[in-house]
Design a protein around this ligand. Sequence first.
Ligand code: G4P
Length: 524
Amino acid sequence: MTEKIADAVARRRTFAIISHPDAGKTTLTEKLLLFGGAIQLAGEVKAKKNRVQTRSDWMNIERERGISVVTSVMTFEFGDHVFNLLDTPGHEDFADDTYRTLTAVDSAIMVIDAAKGIEPRTLKLFEVCRLRDIPIVTFVNKLDRESRDPFEILDEIEQKLALDTAPVTWPIGRGKSFAGTYNLAANTIRRSDDDVVPIAVNGPESEAVSGLLPEHEREMLVEEMALAREACRPFDMQAFREGHLTPVYFGSALKNFGVRDLIEALGAVGPAPRAQDADSRRVEATEDKMTSFVFKIQANMDPNHRDRIAFVRVCSGRLERGMKAKLVRTGKPISLSAPQFFFAKNRITADEAFAGDVVGIPNHGTLRIGDTLTEGEELLFRGVPNFAPEILRRVRLGDAMKAKKLKEALQQMAEEGVVQLFLPEDGSPAIVGVVGALQLDVLKERLKLEYSLPVDFEMARFTVCRWISSEEKGEVDRFIAAHRGDMARDLDEDPVFLAQHAFGLNYEAERWKAISFTAVKDYQ
Ligand code: G4P
C-alpha cells in the first residue's frame, strides 16, 4: 500500500550527528540503531569503524588508516517515525563530504563529551549547521565519568556557539553515582534507557529520586535543579526551529542513559523535512511532484563494477522505482530503475521514497554533485555548497604523455566532489584544492588504482582562494586582466582568485571594493 505524501513527510526525521572525534558519535549511532531494530547487536557500527570487512571497504587507504571516508545513510523506525541518519566521516581531515552531507539534513544532534565541552571540530561543524539554520539537539555524553558541572557546559555552549540552551533533562548524579535523567518540565525520571515509560516523581526531594543517590549528593541535586529551573531558559519550539536555541539532554551512550530521551525528543520536536529553496521558488516537502538533489557521489562501492552511486535527497513528492526524472542541468531524462535504500550494512531496492529520504542512484557518471532531478519542472536547488579549500596543491605527473588522461581524471574526481579543481588562466598545471588533507591521499590512491596515473603533489604558491563576483559590469573582467597570474577557473568556469596568503587577499579586497570575494559557493 502506498503511503500518502503528507503522512509520509510528517513521519520523517532526517538528521546527522556532529561531534569531535571520541565524543561518542559511534556509540550513540549504535544505540540509536538498536532502538530502531536496524542492527541486532551493539557493536556492529564499531566493528565497521575498526575495519572488519565491509562493502565500502574497497579503498586501501581506508583500511590502512582504519577510518571510514564514506558517508552513508542509515534508516530506522522508532515509534511513529522514520529516521534517516546521515553519517558523516569521523576523520577531521575529510571535511568536504561532511559539509555537503549537512546540506541534506533537517536537524542535527550535537554530541559533547561532558568532560571536554565544546571542542574544535564540533565548533566547525556547528558553524556549517548555522549557515543553514539547522536546528540542533544537544546530547551531553559520558556523564558516567568524571565530568564538568552541567551549568559550566551550558554556559560554554552559550558562549562559544552563541546559541541559547534549554536543558530538558538534568543528570541525576554524575560519574560513579550517575543514576538516571530527570525531565525538568514533566517531573519524570528514567533510571536508564530500559525505563520505556518515564516514571512520574514529586520533585528531586522525593524518595524515588534521592534514593538513587548516595546521601551526600542528594542535597546537591536539589540545589542544582532549583537553580536550573530558576536560571535556565525553558524550551521554545520556535527558537529551536530557527536555530537559535538548543534543547539539551544529558546521558551516557555507553551505559544506556539518556538515549531514549534523545530519540523521543527528535521524534517529538525534531523538524519534519523542510521546504527547500530552489532558484525559481520554494519547494514544499508535501508537494505532489518529485524533486530531489544530489549531495554526494560515491564511486566504486562495489569494486567489481565500476559503478557510481549518487546519493539523492528527496525534497518533495514521491520518488518511485522505474520513474523517469528530468536531470535539469542537461535537460535530459534519466530513468530511476534501481534506486536503493541503505541500512546499517545492507542496501535494498527502494520502491518509493519521500521528502527527507535519501536514496542511492547507481549511474555511470551522468549525475554530478548539486544536480537537481524533477518530474519535468525547470528548477535548480541551491543546497549544496562548495567551501573554499584550505589546502592547494599542483598535481605533478611523472609521465608527460599522460597529461590529457590526467586532465580527464581530475575532471571526473572533481565532479564526484573528491577534490576541487582549478585551472589557472595562465595555462600552468592544474591546481587541486581540498578542505582536509586526507582528500589528497584519496585522490592519489584513486588516480593510481582507477586510472593507472601515479601522481605527486607540489606546494602551490597559493594558500587561499576565493570566488569573485561583482554587481558592477565589467569589474570582474578588469580584475582578471589585472591578476592573470593569480586567477583560475573552477569546474563551472567561474573565476577564482588565488592568493599567496590571507594578507594578500585582504590587500586586494581593500583595493577592489566593487568585487566580492566569497569563501562559499553554491553549486551551479
Ligand atoms: P566517536 O565515534 O565520536 O569517535 O566516539 P566513540 O563512540 O568511538 O567513543 C569514543 C570512546 O568513548 C570509546 O572508547 C567509547 O567506548 C567511549 N564512550 C562513548 N560513549 C561513552 C559514555 O557514555 N561513557 C563512557 N565512559 N565512555 C564512552 P574507546 O576506549 O576509545 O573504545 P572502546 O575500546 O571502548 O571501543
